[in-house]
Design a protein around this ligand. Structure first.
Ligand SMILES: Nc1ncnc2c1ncn2[C@@H]1O[C@H](COP(=O)(O)OP(=O)(O)OP(=O)(O)O)[C@@H](O)[C@H]1O
Ligand SMILES: [Mg+2]
Length: 512
């Protein structure tokens, strides 16, 4: 049962069994020791989970294995033979391929073009692209994966789930033996996750070895054989997945126990209505949406993908236009045509897609937090940098953002820590109505809990909070009341003790 401290011999494994062995890997960046003497092994035909808090070093370890980074110290073996991996191509040629946390596809190219980018099929003395052959080859791979994707479709027109599948197809086209998936399910819904799992099981049966990074610990039992835990750049332990509980894994990840509390009944039923939306129509995905939210209330929006939750939020925030309907803030009708109208009315929206809407990756943490809040720091035509830095430092501590300093470029932070920076800048805004869209995507269990506490605190201070989340446990745990949507319409509402998975799912699949 115990994880750490078991030798391979005790586990009945011999060293030769490992397909990949990483030994004593060290890697530092300026101001950060990302990996400190980490060892890791992977067997043929296994799905091996790699877990740890945000910034623990998971992505970095895998980037060392795939040649994105060179390690400072340490060795890598493939089938017992020492490997020199100098770049991504070296790794690919050995059949080691990674699907990154942020997908790397070209939206304007087709699925087939993305798969074979840089190694296109050619004809006529290699002068011309052999589009037919390329599409045929892509179709073969999709067929093998039991997928219905047109090789000729532009990747930008596919759902995130399908884009993920194209990335996997691309990885398979390299005849990969080792496939690394960095948080593949972070943006997928339940059904899509099941599809991904079927593909993983099929790959496993065909003898591929898979390294699976995820913050959704409840998935591990369904799909992985072993789990390795990292903490603060070090190796903590490895165990057979079915021999550990989620609680034990969490304890190894964070070094302490985490207590989870469920939200109770909303106590201030007579509190003033702060936000009222009447008969909102916006495009196909928002159909006659009406609801109210009160001061101090945490209101959840649940539903399947395509239910129209994000579209509703975007319409309220003025990020997308709406055709008809009224929005009232504190009892007064407000006309919202753009995000700045919404912000002026006291509404902030934390987008689900941090990369596209949230952050300027090339700028530092402090500036990213300050950017939407400049009006706070202006005085007599000058920007009060010290004030902004003080706030950024406080937010960094409050949200436990792991960074050597607030002057670090955001693109150098780990995925989960980038998400926390997005949170920090909207919290700084201090708006009265906060819309959180997938607030904890990619965030580790410990920090998630901190964010739930923070939401409670904000609600208690009198803010109104709207939460959109595809993770039902998150909705169930955090919300006083939950609105369920299906195909752009509200199909039901549950509150207090009635909030549970069955009640929500019942409405989520129902026509209004
Ligand atoms: N190119 C880089 N330059 C500087 N620091 C980096 C770089 N890449 C990663 N780091 C730092 O190394 C540490 C480990 O980051 P890594 O991305 O491996 O974490 P992770 O375990 O994948 O976290 P998450 O769950 O948030 O994705 C972090 O502190 C991160 O800020
Ligand atoms: Mg990562």
């Amino acid at each position: 049962m115990s994880l750490a401290g078991i030798t391979k011999e005790e586990r009945g494994e011999s060293m030769t069994e490992a397909l990949i062995q990483m030994k004593h890997i060290c890697k530092s960046f300026p101001g950060v020791k990302a990996l400190n003497d980490v060892s890791f092994d992977l067997k043929a035909g296994e799905v091996h989970a790699l877990v740890g808090e945000n910034g623990a070093g998971k992505s970095t370890l895998m980037k060392v294995l795939t040649g994105v980074y060179q390690c400072d110290l340490g060795e890598i073996f493939l089938n017992g033979e020492k490997l020199e991996i100098r770049n991504v191509r070296d790794a690919q040629s050995k059949g080691i391929v990674m699907i990154h946390q942020e997908l790397n596809l070209m939206n304007h190219l087709t699925a087939a073009e993305n798969i074979f980018i840089g190694r296109e099929y050619r004809k006529g003395m290699k002068l011309f692209l052999d589009k037919q052959k390329q599409n045929r080859k892509a179709a073969d791979i999709f067929k093998e994966m039991n997928l219905e994707i047109d090789p000729d479709v532009k990747v930008g027109d596919l759902s995130v789930a399908k884009q993920q599948m194209v990335e996997i197809a691309k990885a398979l086209s390299y005849e990969s033996k080792v496939l690394i998936m960095d948080e593949p399910t972070a943006s997928l819904t339940e059904n899509e996750i099941e599809d991904l799992f079927s593909i993983i099981r099929m790959l496993k049966e065909k003898g591929h070895a898979i390294i699976y990074i995820s913050h959704r610990l409840e998935e591990l039992a369904a799909i992985t054989d072993r789990v390795t835990v990292m903490r603060d750049g070090t190796y903590v332990g490895t165990s057979n997945t079915h021999e550990v509980t989620t609680d034990e894994i969490i304890k190894m990840m964070v070094g302490r126990e985490i207590f989870v509390t469920k939200q109770g009944e909303f106590q201030h039923k007579e509190a003033p209505v702060t936000l009222e939306v009447r008969h909102l129509h916006a495009g196909k995905m928002v159909r006659d949406v009406s609801f109210t939210a009160r001061k101090g209330e945490i209101l959840g929006f649940a539903g399947l993908v395509g239910a129209g939750r994000t579209e509703t939020a975007r319409a309220i925030f003025g990020a997308d236009p709406h055709e008809s309907g009224e929005i009232f803030v504190n009892g007064r009708e407000v006309k919202i045509h753009s995000p700045s109208d919404a912000i002026r009315s006291g509404i902030a929206y934390l987008s689900e897609d941090r990369k596209q809407y949230g952050l300027v990756l090339g700028l530092d943490v402090d500036i990213n937090i300050a950017l939407p809040n400049m009006e706070k720091y202006h005085k007599n035509g000058f920007i009060q940098f010290a004030k902004s830095e003080k706030n950024s430092t406080e937010q960094t501590e409050l949200l436990t953002i792991k960074t050597p300093s607030i002057k670090q470029k955001v693109k150098l932070l780990s995925g989960g820590n980038q998400q926390k920076v997005v949170l920090a800048k909207w919290l700084t805004k201090n708006s009265d109505i906060l819309i959180f869209d997938e607030p904890t995507r990619g965030i580790d269990v410990g920090a998630k809990n901190e964010i739930y506490k923070l939401m409670n605190q904000l609600a208690e201070e009198g803010k109104t909070i709207l939460v959109i989340s595809s993770e039902l446990p998150e909705i169930i745990r955090t919300c006083h009341r939950v609105i369920v949507m299906y195909e752009g319409r509200i199909t039901g509402e549950v509150s207090g003790a009635e909030i549970n998975q069955d009640a929500i799912m019942n409405y989520a699949a129902k026509k209004a």
